[in-house]
Design a protein. Structure first.
Lengths: 57, 428
């Protein structure tokens, strides 16, 4: 998953209500690429009709 | 012999026999704290007065023949767990609460006679695996102060390893009992999810959070487990089949590999595969980040600038995750849990064996991000099963630094794991 551009990272942070000083944008963008990679990995699995795990009662 | 060097089992026996008083035991523990806590930062707060009061009460009870299993045993409680009358700070810079009552886990220990010595150091809000704390000082490894202790249940592990307590109470979301246990050479039990109530515990991620014990021996942890769970933890004496998760051992340092091999031979373990473990990091990171961000939503709004940069960034990233990604991760976890249950059933396995960390304790001045994979590689996947995982020492490297292995079992199988580990201990 490609790293988002600084502008995209700023926009995503703003949408989530996160102030993003310039010195933190690059690290935040790397983090976004990582979590997006995980999301893509999970999307590749066949999870149709699988209920989410919930703690046993 | 210094009473602080005793195991829980031996100290309790000595108290019962009248050859050791709980006050004498506490004094020995407090001496160790005075000697080493400034250097090792195991405790964030020591409750001298409260502990002395509890020890005097235990002394009186012992004279009257009180048979409670933890009577007079000094315990260090991780500072994300409430102890009535002491502040809970979660190792954070700007967060604190004054609990009016004990967390259930603490109440159970106290009801069976334990003496709470104080609050143990932790990664900020338990959101870390190395025992570093930029706000109150890093917990340091008892075997080499220039190395990390592992975390986040860092303080209780260091305290137990050094006689600043005989037992510890911590939490484990990703590996926070097991990693410090391995790096400090003690035993830690991640119990079955939900087996011990987590009320009075600062949450990190509800789907993974558990409360569990630390001690120097498997027998001590079995005793603590019996108290925490309210069940017999005597263990099963037979040695049932064990599977070796070779995928989790890949990349182990030689000492770690040797320790794993020792346990595999003692348990006659055969290699097994659990393919869904390959997706464990994606599942875990997505669920944990989402839940931690929800837990912290209110606090984050008030004090975002007081979090350390790594924790702050994880919380911020969690806020960007869509609900559908969170649910997909929980769907994938369901597949993993079912795969684990089927493997255990089909192969007739009582436990799965893996190393705890892939390396000995890294240096404190090293690159934190680069150190994380070796610490997390084998513990994170086994947090997915919702069953118990026992971390036990498996040896030391050439410099005397400890390494360990994990035994993972089906939900509710703590006693079987404790029995297996005790059996290996007797055979070594």
């Amino acid at each position: 998953v490609p790293e988002p551009s600084p502008d995209e990272a700023r926009a995503l942070a703003a949408a989530a209500g996160i102030p993003m000083p310039e010195e933190r944008v690059a690290s935040f963008a790397r983090g976004l690429a990582r979590v997006r990679g995980f999301a893509a990995e999970l999307r590749s699995l066949d999870l149709d009709d699988v209920p989410p795990w919930t703690p046993p009662r | 012999l210094d009473p602080a060097a005793l195991t829980v089992v031996d100290a309790r026996a000595a108290i019962g026999a009248g050859s050791l008083s709980p006050v004498e035991l506490l004094d020995a523990v407090l001496d160790r704290i005075r000697a080493r806590n400034d250097e090792l930062r195991a405790y964030l707060l020591v409750d001298d007065e409260g502990a002395r009061l509890a020890a005097r009460e235990a002394e009186g009870a012992a004279r009257e023949g009180d048979r409670r299993p933890l009577l007079g045993i000094p315990v260090c409680v991780k500072d994300v767990i409430d102890v009535a009358g002491l502040p809970t700070t979660a190792g954070a810079a700007g967060w604190r609460r004054e609990p009016p009552s004990d967390a259930t886990a603490v109440a159970r220990l106290r009801a069976d006679g334990a003496v709470i010595v104080g609050k143990g150091n932790t990664n900020e809000f338990a959101y870390g695996i190395d025992g570093r704390n930029p706000h109150w000082g890093d917990a340091r490894n008892p075997f080499d102060g220039e190395r990390i202790s592992g975390g986040s249940s860092a303080g209780p592990a260091v305290a137990v390893a050094t006689g600043m307590a005989l037992a510890g109470l911590g939490t484990d979301t990703t590996g926070s009992l097991r990693v410090p246990a391995a790096l400090c050479g003690v035993v830690g039990l991640r119990p079955t999810h939900g087996a011990v109530p987590t009320d009075g515990v600062v949450p990190l991620a509800w789907s993974y959070d558990v409360v569990g014990p630390l001690a120097r021996t498997v027998e001590d942890v079995a005793l603590l487990w019996a108290v925490l769970a309210g069940e017999d933890a005597a263990g099963d004496a037979r040695l049932p089949r064990t599977g070796l998760l070779t995928a989790l051992a890949e990349g182990s340092e030689p000492a770690v590999a040797a320790g794993t091999r020792t346990f595999a031979e003692a348990l006659d373990a055969e290699p097994v595969e659990l393919p869904m473990l390959g997706h464990a990091e994606a599942i875990h990171t997505t669920v944990q980040m989402s839940e931690a961000s929800a837990v912290h939503a209110g606090w984050f709004a008030q004090q975002r600038d007081r979090y350390s940069p790594p924790v702050r960034e994880r919380l911020e990233l969690g806020r960007t995750l869509p609900a559908i990604d969170y649910l997909r991760a929980q769907q994938a976890r369901r597949v993993l849990v079912d795969e684990f249950a089927a493997l255990m059933e089909d192969e007739g396995l009582a436990a799965l064996l893996a190393p705890t960390t892939l390396a000995v304790a890294p240096r404190r001045d090293g690159d934190q991000a680069a150190q994380r994979p070796a610490l997390l590689h084998a513990v994170l996947p086994l947090s997915q099963t919702a069953g118990p995982v026992l971390a036990v020492p498996s040896g030391v490297d050439d410099e005397g630094l400890p390494v360990g292995v994990q035994l993972a079992g089906r939900p509710g199988d703590e006693a079987a794991l404790l029995g297996l580990a005790a059996g290996v201990g007797r055979s070594r």
